[in-house]
Design a protein around this ligand. Structure first.
Ligand code: M6R
Length: 608
């Protein structure tokens, strides 16, 4: 995951920036860089590899104002030219986390204005855009605000200008950024752990905030450009702890990290016009050319990700796909097809059943193996020929959240790559999918705004013993995932069904004590789902409907509507997961359970 650190101080900030980057190393990265302002010049040092390499290269660099960044590329070789910060006209430097969705359009406009691009990143667009406003006589703050108004997407940025040696600008929308307040010095970072070395006083910027910091103070402006006050939190963390920041639980924090985790996982999409098999490993193109079917093996939440992927793979890529629970597959007598691609999915990469299932698949003759995993160099990843790492960062809450949505993002990339390889995807369709993926982090951010409403809704569940989750098609696995989240952390018995199955049995359970949660996207099955929900209402069942734009649901007696902002087409399951995670979280708070460490469960299930 990418990380940002920035500092303005009466001392040399280079050691602060480097220490901050080191503290962010746990997120994973493959290149790093920093810029300081020195004698009205920008001095930039970048390197691929470890922060230690950047430190060695920065021995002669110093300055009182600077920004630094760690970047984890997923597409092509990580290179120095793509490492941040990016510079425009030797005057403006920018470090950025996130995805700018309209960067191609902006790049074309800026190129027409004479800007020359020296990297393949979307970030460079931001640097040139700020410069274009700065060159017209705007202050650095105003130029940044004007540039941000032109960006579509998710970002956290740090900005400095060569001729402004006392001004550090930070901004966030969809990616986290906080301000550290020291005595006569100020800092920005994407994560509190980067700043504990210099201060414990943290200001968590809100969505759309821009901060202008100097030696003497700081000002914060909200999304509308109005001056805003934000509280200063005194962190209780030590330099060595994994930070919770402003959140009560890791699960809540990890739910909120999803826009950034998705942006990190999708970085390949952001910087490319087209997807290539190479994102799954050097041998992927040759392997994919030989496969005629997919077998997905996983457990728990990761298995649910596989169930969603089956819909995508069969419909978009036209490739037959089976999904099996790893603990069943490993003991089942099955027939191997050497042309099958075996895909294992795991957050931890050390789930015993998933590893055993993969070993079994190999033993019975499967040759092509791919792991989608959140932990680099984990045992599972080492067991597979091909790999794709999700970039969710450490997941500490036992209930898997950001690992799931990033697994889905990775599986969608797999779908597009296979669809292309099999001649099932027009150039236009590929561009549309890439566009939708770029938009995903900011769409996820918009869904998170439902949190206060969901917290209120959760009060209805405080005295419930059972709950039923319904979905259809692509969203049936999301119903399964919603039910798993609820039972796992609130201990309410929850079951999920494809809504069309209701009348074949579960309808007998429905009465006014049985909350029925419906996942209701505006897709081809909406009208069918509506009929199923009528069956529930007719039996006095209480409905909780998570609908998105255009579904024409209305709250009424016995129908509680949660209106999602937009419908995301094929990517809708990713967005519809988020409110269900929040629902489980707030119901667990109502119940007073140990959210991050629910009874009887472990984060990594390394035993059979
Ligand atoms: O690390 P893995 O993804 O292989 O773990 C698989 C399951 O144990 C895991 O997803 C479990 O179901 C979660 N606790 C669900 O929230």
């Amino acid at each position: 995951m990418c990380g940002i650190v920035g500092a303005v101080a009466p001392r040399n900030v280079v050691p602060i920036l480097l220490e901050g980057l080191q503290r962010l190393e746990y997120r994973g990265y493959d290149s790093a860089g920093l810029v300081v302002v020195n004698n009205s010049r920008l001095e930039r040092v970048r390197s691929i590899g470890r922060v230690a390499e950047l430190t060695a290269r920065s021995a002669k660099t110093s300055g009182h104002l600077g920004i630094a960044h760690t970047r984890w590329a997923t597409h092509g070789a990580p290179s120095e030219r793509n490492a941040h910060p990016h510079i425009s006209s030797d005057l403006i430097a920018v470090a950025h986390n996130g995805i700018i969705e309209n960067y191609e359009e902006l790049r074309a406009q800026l190129t027409a204005q004479g800007y020359v691009f020296t990297s393949d990143t979307d970030t460079e667009v931001i640097a040139h855009l700020i410069h274009s406003h700065y060159a017209r006589g705007n202050s650095l703050l105003a130029a940044t605000q004007a540039a941000l108004a032109e960006l579509v997407g998710a970002y956290a940025i740090g900005v400095v200008a060569a001729d402004n040696p006392d001004q550090l600008i930070g901004a966030r929308k969809g990616s986290p950024l906080l301000l550290g307040v020291g005595g006569g010095e100020h800092f920005i970072a994407s994560d509190v752990s980067a700043l504990l070395q210099v201060t414990k006083n943290m200001v968590y910027l809100e969505e759309g905030d821009v901060v202008e910091a100097s030696l003497h103070g700081y000002r914060i402006f909200d999304a509308k450009g109005q001056a805003a006050q934000r509280p200063v939190h005194v962190s209780e963390l030590t330099n060595d702890s994994v930070e919770l920041g402003e959140y009560r639980h890791y699960m809540q924090k990890e739910i909120h990290e999803q826009p950034q985790a998705l942006a990190d996982t999708l970085e390949a999409v952001c910087n490319s016009q087209s997807l290539v098999p190479g994102i799954f490993g050097a041998a992927a193109a040759a392997a994919f050319a030989q496969v005629d079917s997919i077998l997905i093996l996983a457990c728990g939440t990761s298995h649910h990700a596989g169930l969603v992927a089956r819909y995508w793979l069969e419909e978009i890529a036209g490739i037959p796909c089976n999904v099996e629970i790893a603990s069943e597959y490993r003991y089942r007598v099955s027939v191997a097809n050497p042309k099958t691609l075996v895909v294992t999915i795991s957050q931890s990469g050390e789930t015993a059943d998933t590893m055993a299932a993969l070993s079994h698949a190999k033993e019975i003759g499967h040759e092509h193996t791919l792991s989608i995993c959140n932990v680099p160099e984990s045992a599972l990843v080492r067991l597979s020929k091909l790999r794709m790492l999700t970039r969710a960062g450490p997941e500490i809450g036992v209930a898997s959240t950001k690992a799931f949505t990033t697994q889905l993002a990775a599986l969608f990339l797999l779908t597009i790559v296979l669809a292309k390889q099999r001649g099932r995807l027009s150039k236009e369709a590929e561009q549309q999918h890439l566009h939708d993926l770029r938009h995903l982090p900011s769409a996820a951010q918009a869904v998170l705004k439902l949190e206060p409403e969901i917290a209120k809704l959760a009060e209805h569940f405080a005295d419930k013993q059972h709950a039923l989750f319904l979905g259809r098609g692509l969203h049936y696995p999301i119903a399964l995932e919603g039910a798993l989240k609820l039972k796992e952390i609130s201990y309410i018995h929850a079951e999920a069904y494809p809504a069309g199955e209701l009348k074949h049995g579960p309808l007998a359970l429905v009465d006014s004590d049985m909350p029925v949660i419906a996942i209701a996207p505006n897709d081809a099955l909406l009208e069918k789902l509506k009929s199923n929900l009528q069956e529930v209402r007719a039996r006095g069942g209480e409905l909780y409907v998570f609908a998105d734009a255009g579904t024409r649901f209305h709250s009424s007696d016995g129908v509680h509507l949660m209106q999602m902002p937009e419908h995301a087409g094929y990517l809708s399951p990713i967005l519809h997961t988020i409110p269900l995670q929040l629902l489980a979280y707030y119901v667990a708070l109502q119940k007073g359970t140990d959210v991050d460490k629910p009874r009887n469960l472990a984060k990594s299930v390394t035993v059979e």
